[in-house]
Design a protein around this ligand. Structure first.
Ligand code: ZN
Length: 115
C-alpha cells in the first residue's frame, strides 16, 4: 500500500468518525427526549395517585400524598397572605381574584362577602 493510499484511508476514517459523532449526538438527543417523555408520564401517574388519595383518603403512597397535602396547605396559606397584601380575595364561586372594594365578582357576578 502506497503512502497516498494510507493518507486517503486516514482521511476517510476521519470523515466516518465525524459522521459517527453526529449520529451519536442525534441518538443521545433522542434518548434524552424519550427520557423526558417518561418523566412526564411519571408526573401524570403521581397526579393520578394523589387524585385517588384525595377522593378515597387512602393510598399505598399515603405518606407521600400526605406530604403533598401539607405543601398544598402551605401554598394556600402563602397565597392568602399575597391576597391580603393585594387587598383582594378569591370569588367563592369561580375562584377569580377580586378586589375587596368590589361588591360582586367581575367575572361571574357572585356577591363578595365584605369584612
Ligand atoms: Zn366569580
Amino acid at each position: 500500500m502506497s503512502f497516498f493510499d494510507d493518507v486517503k484511508k486516514f482521511g476517510r476514517n476521519l470523515t466516518d468518525k465525524g459522521k459517527d459523532i453526529v449520529e451519536i449526538t442525534k441518538l443521545n438527543s433522542q434518548i434524552n427526549s424519550e427520557k423526558e417523555n417518561i418523566k412526564e408520564l411519571y408526573r401524570k401517574i403521581g397526579e393520578q395517585v394523589y387524585e385517588d388519595y384525595k377522593n378515597s383518603g387512602e393510598s399505598t403512597y399515603g405518606e407521600l400524598c400526605g406530604q403533598i397535602a401539607e405543601i398544598e396547605a402551605k401554598i394556600k396559606e402563602l397565597s392568602d397572605k399575597v391576597l391580603e397584601l393585594k387587598n383582594a380575595s378569591k370569588c367563592p364561586s369561580c375562584g377569580t381574584e377580586v378586589n375587596k372594594q368590589n361588591a360582586f365578582c367581575p367575572k361571574c357576578g357572585t356577591k363578595i362577602a365584605q369584612e
